[in-house]
Design a protein around this ligand. Structure first.
Ligand code: SF4
Length: 439
C-alpha cells in the first residue's frame, strides 16, 4: 500500500536532520511525502524529549495528530527522543499510537508499516547511530539553499542537567567519507550555506582517538559552499588554532555558537562543564583581538541548584564586561534521571524566572549596542524572502543563524531568494539589521 505521509518535526536541528532522513526513507519506499498532516494517510511525530516543556509539546502534538484520525488519517507514529526515552510509557498510556521508533531506528520504517498493515504495533528503539554512515540521503525540510549537516551523534560530556546522553548515548562521530559524500550531494542540490551541527561539534573524531574537527572543516571548505556555519562549539575544545583558521577562512562564518551555560567556576563545576571562566575569557578575548568582526552566540542556564543571588549577579557582570552579540537563556528545568534533578536546594520557579527576565533584559540592550558596529559596513546577505510587513526583502548575514537569531531587512529590487547580495547596513534595531543592496 502506498501512502501520503507527513512528518511533524519537533525539537532541535539534529532532530530535523532525522526527520529529513525519515522522509527520504518514506519516499524511497514509494510513499509520497507531503507537508500538511491533515491531508496525509499516515503521520510521524518526530518528538523531542529534552526538557519538560518539550515533552509536553510532543505529547500535545501526538494527541493533535491522533485527532486527525476523525478526518481520515489512518496511522499516527511516534519517533525521536521522547519515543526513545519513554517508549513503554507511550505504548501503555497512548494505545491509539500505531507504532514507535527510537532515534536510530528510521531504517525500520518498512517493518513498521508492514506491521501496521497487519494491524500490529511495531516498536523498535534499540538502534545505534552507525546507520547514519549508510543512510540513503535526506529530503530537505529547509529551503534548498541552506542545510544542516549532523557530524556526530550522542554526547559524552555528561552535563549534570542534561538528559541527552541517556537518550542518544555516547558520542559517535560519523565517518569523514559519509560526511563528505553527503556534503557534496547537498552542494549539487543547491545548498550554499552548510550548517555544521552535533551535540558537541568540536569533539569530532575524538571517539576514534583523534580530534579531526579542523580537518573536517578544511575538507568541507573545498566543496564550494559560500558559507559554512558552526553550531555547538564546546569551550574546552575551541583552540586558538581553530579560531585563527576561521578568522582567515573566507567561507567559515565568523560566527561562533559556544554554549557556556554559566560563567562562575563554582556553577560550571556543579554542572560538570569541563572548563572554567578563564577558558571563556581566553576565547572571548582571542576573538575580540581579531581585526575582523565576529558574532559570538551563547546560551545560559539560570537557577541551577546551588546558584546564589551573588553567583547570578557575578554572571550578569561578566556578561556586561564581555558581552555576546547573541544570547539565549533558559530557566533550569530539573530532568528525570539527571544529577541536577536529585540535588537538594532546587531554586524556586519564581526566582528562576526573575533571573531569566533580568538576563534577557540586559542582553537586549547589549545586543543592540554591539550590532551598531555593522552600521556603515557592507555585509553579504543571503536573501530568504520578502517581508510585506516591512516592505523590504529579508535575509541573514553571516552573523545570523536561521531560526534562532535576528535577520537583515534589505531594500532593493527584484532580489532572488537563495542568492547572496552585498548590502550596506545603515541601521540596527535589537537583533535585526537594516540596509540596502550596493550592487
Ligand atoms: S554538551 Fe552537555 S548539554 Fe550538551 S548535549 Fe552534551 S551533555 Fe547535554
Amino acid at each position: 500500500m502506498k501512502y501520503k505521509a507527513a512528518v511533524v518535526s519537533l525539537g532541535c536541528n539534529k532532530n530535523l536532520v532525522d526527520s529529513e532522513i525519515m522522509m527520504k526513507y518514506l519516499s524511497l519506499l514509494g510513499h509520497s511525502v507531503i507537508k500538511r498532516p491533515e491531508e496525509a494517510d499516515i503521520v510521524f511525530v518526530n518528538t523531542c524529549g529534552f526538557i519538560n516543556d518539550a515533552k509536553e509539546e510532543a505529547i500535545n502534538t501526538i494527541f493533535e495528530m491522533l485527532e486527525l484520525k476523525k478526518q481520515g488519517v489512518k496511522g499516527v507514529f511516534a519517533t525521536g527522543c521522547l519515543a526513545k526515552r519513554y517508549s513503554r510509557e507511550l505504548a501503555q498510556q497512548i494505545p491509539e499510537l500505531d507504532g514507535i521508533l527510537g532515534v536510530y531506528d528510521y531504517l525500520h520504517i518498512k517493518e513498521l508499516l508492514e506491521a501496521f498493515e497487519k494491524g500490529e504495533k511495531y516498536v523498535c528503539t534499540d538502534g545505534t547511530p552507525e546507520y547514519m554512515d549508510d543512510m540513503p540521503g535526506r529530503m530537505l525540510a529547509t529551503p534548498q539553499y541552506t542545510a544542516y549537516i549532523k557530524i556526530a551523534e550522542g554526547c559524552s560530556n555528561k552535563c549534570h542537567y542534561c538528559a541527552i546522553p541517556s537518550i542518544r548515548g555516547e558520542y559517535r562521530s560519523r565517518s569523514m567519507a559519509s560526511l563528505l559524500k553527503e556534503a557534496k550531494q547537498l552542494y549539487r542540490d543547491g545548498v550554499r550555506e552548510l550548517i555544521v551541527t552535533a551535540q558537541d561539534s568540536t569533539r569530532y573524531g575524538e571517539d576514534r582517538g583523534k580530534n579531526e574537527f579542523l580537518l573536517l572543516l578544511k575538507e568541507l571548505e573545498k566543496i564550494g559552499f559560500t558559507w559554512i556555519r558552526i553550531l555547538y562549539a564546546y569551550p574546552s575544545r575551541i583552540s586558538d588554532e581553530l579560531l585563527e583558521y576561521i578568522d582567515h577562512s573566507g567561507v567559515i562564518c565568523k560566527y561562533l555558537d559556544m554554549p557556556v551555560q554559566h560563567t562562575c567556576d563554582k556553577m560550571l563545576k556543579a554542572m560538570n562543564r569541563h572548563y572554567g571562566s578563564d577558558a571563556i575569557e581566553h576565547i572571548y578575548d582571542k576573538v575580540r583581538s581579531f581585526d575582523s568582526h565576529w558574532a559570538l552566540r551563547t546560551t545560559i542556564i539560570c537557577g541551577y541548584p546551588g546558584e546564589t543571588a551573588a553567583d547570578f549577579r557575578k554572571m550578569l557582570t561578566f556578561l556586561r564586561e564581555r558581552p555576546f552579540e547573541l544570547l539565549g537563556a533558559f530557566p533550569y528545568s530539573p530532568e528525570e534521571g539527571t544529577v541536577g534533578a536529585s540535588l537538594p536546594h532546587q531554586t524556586r520557579r519564581s526566582t528562576k524566572q526573575l533571573r531569566y527576565d533580568s538576563i534577557m533584559l540586559q542582553q537586549s540592550s547589549l545586543t543592540n549596542d554591539l550590532n551598531r558596529k555593522y552600521i556603515g559596513k557592507t555585509l553579504k546577505v543571503l536573501i530568504e524572502g520578502f517581508s510585506s510587513e516591512n516592505n523590504t526583502y529579508v535575509g541573514r548575514c553571516e552573523y545570523q543563524a536561521p531560526e534562532v537569531d535576528g535577520c537583515t531587512y534589505v531594500s532593493g529590487e527584484n532580489l532572488e531568494t537563495g542568492r547572496f547580495y552585498n548590502c550596506l547596513i545603515d541601521d540596527v534595531f535589537g537583533y535585526d539589521l537594516y540596509g540596502s543592496v550596493t550592487e
